[in-house]
Design a protein around this ligand. Structure first.
Ligand code: GDP
Ligand code: IMO
Ligand code: MG
Length: 461
């Protein structure tokens, strides 16, 4: 069977940790979209692993697949594999021949476009990993696929088509001098060819490439349990998210089929677990109706200073950011924080068809007198239960809050050991409210970052 793990909010819900907890029963862990823009944390035997591309199943020694829906930067892939090996692990990672390759010019263009947009304060706040430009080339039918790296002639042909276009874009559209760039080799055909043909050789030597759909279907025929590890989150989805403040792929559950080569029936026959952070965090720009404080540069029109909070709300934001360690896994950027946004979660539950929920960071909210949630929105005098479709409307939504009594700090390791009933009653009330609103049972509750700090009520496998 399959279990699909999907972020229900704006990323960083703790997906990596839940993949790891449920991963014990999985044979294969598959990333189906995104690339090294993700940052997934797994804490294994007290050691923290941060993965941006390699699926989280690598920590438990599972077979890992980067599906056709992914965009793969071979530099990151081999760096991550080498680092994991240095740390004593033996990761088994297969890469779909149909996945697209992130080339250095994609990263370059990601940066240039953000710079241009920032002149009007319109930047997305991307991770700078070249994700958007690579998916653009995929859709524009001028991309380089992983399978192309294996055939040096095909690789050369693809680069001969793409590189002059990218050079013209940089010089003629953006008016930049290539020789003045930090990395002019990013647009040098021969340098690119040499480096990327080399990655092709390494992929072939290590027998890493697969026809992902075939590979997964035959593993399932042999009885394998497959786990899909979503990256990013529902509101970062290019179709169902908060466009244009989104990533360029489909983190939502439908992406697990198109991005892996297994059918919707296979994915739909399994479970889809929505990962929910007990509050909300956001990296980058865009509206956030339940935001508490703000992060300069990311929060629209925010001129405060998180170091010197001026209001109680800002203090609360700083407290939650510190308590929850809300700094980017890869970039170290402070994340914006706010109360849980329930209209957002209703939208996510519908798009993804959650069969269960895992709610993380219940420990982070401990010690507050009261905990709020944005229960509905008001827009132009009307009450909304779910997110509107445009960013402009969403930005105009005012959250209508519901207040819950807070819960005290506990010895969370002990609570996790004793199980769900050992959670403070007020925390259970909060979780049961979510179950009711989203019509899905809480399968797991995170009360700390470690594997043993997760209360597992239901194992979807
Ligand atoms: P992902 O991108 O969804 O995999 O999440 P990240 O790894 O980017 O961010 C989640 C962060 O919260 C990581 O530092 C985790 O170790 C941590 N974390 C996950 N679940 C919990 C939890 O229940 N409590 C606490 N305190 N930390 C958690
Ligand atoms: P995980 O898997 C949080 C955000 C970026 C930016 C927008 C577009 O760790 O949850 P991109 O580089 O993808 O073009 O950036 O999406 N973003 C994430 N935010 N968690 C992530 O991944 C993210 N991946 C991208 O901050 O706003
Ligand atoms: Mg993350």
């Amino acid at each position: 069977m399959t279990v699909t793990i999907v972020g229900s909010q704006l990323g960083d819900e703790g997906k990596g940790g839940i993949v790891d907890v449920y991963g014990e029963e999985a044979d294969v862990v598959v990333r189906y979209q995104g690339g090294d823009n993700a940052g997934h944390t797994v804490v294994h035997e007290g050691t923290e692993y941060k993965l941006s591309l390699v699926p989280s199943g690598a920590i438990r020694g599972k077979v890992n697949v980067l599906g056709n829906g992914c965009v793969v930067n071979p530099r990151t892939l081999f760096d991550e594999l080498d680092t994991l090996r240095e740390r004593g692990l033996d990761p088994d990672v297969r890469v779909a021949e149909r996945a697209h390759v992130i080339l250095p010019y994609h990263r370059l263009l990601d940066g240039i476009e953000e710079d241009v947009k920032s002149e009007d304060d319109d930047e997305i706040g991307t991770t700078g990993r070249g994700i958007g430009p690579t998916y653009e080339d995929k859709a524009g039918r001028r991309g380089v696929r992983v399978g192309d790296l294996l055939d040096a002639d095909v690789l050369r042909e693809r680069l001969e088509y793409a590189v002059p276009q990218k050079r013209a874009l940089v010089e003629d559209v953006y008016g930049l001098d290539i020789d003045d760039l930090e990395d002019p080799d990013a647009l040098d055909l021969e340098a690119l060819y040499d480096e990327f043909a080399g990655y092709g050789e390494r992929l072939a030597e290590e027998d890493m490439t697969v026809n992902a759909g075939d590979y997964l279907a035959s593993a399932m025929d042999d009885g394998a349990n497959v786990m899909f590890e979503g990256a990013q989150g529902t509101v970062l989805d290019i179709d169902h998210g908060n466009y244009p403040f989104v990533t360029s792929s489909n983190p939502t559950a439908g992406g697990a089929c198109t991005g892996s080569g297994l059918s919707p029936a296979v994915v739909g026959d399994g479970e889809v677990v929505g990962i929910v952070k007990a509050y909300l965090s956001r990296v980058g720009s865009g509206p956030m109706p339940t935001e508490l404080g703000g992060v300069p540069g990311d929060t629209p029109d925010y001129d405060g200073d998180p170091e010197n909070p001026r209001t109680e709300r800002e203090e609360l934001a700083v407290h939650i950011r510190e308590a929850g360690g809300e700094y980017g896994t890869v970039t170290g950027r402070p994340r914006r924080v706010g109360w849980l946004d329930v209209p957002m979660l209703r939208h996510a539950a519908r798009v993804n068809g959650f069969t269960g929920l895992a709610v993380n960071h219940v420990d982070t909210l401990a010690g507050l007198d009261e905990v709020k949630v944005g229960h509905t929105y008001t827009l132009d005098g009307e009450e909304l239960e779910t997110m509107p479709a445009t960013t402009e409307q969403w930005a105009d939504c005012e959250a209508e809050f519901r207040t819950f009594e807070g819960w005290a700090e506990r010895d969370w390791a002990e609570v996790a050991e004793q199980g769900y009933e050992a959670l403070p009653e007020n925390a259970r009330t909060y979780l049961e409210y979510l179950e009711d609103e989203l019509d899905a049972a809480v399968y797991a509750v995170g009360v700390g970052p470690g594997r043993s700090e997760t209360i597992v009520r239901e194992n979807p496998f």
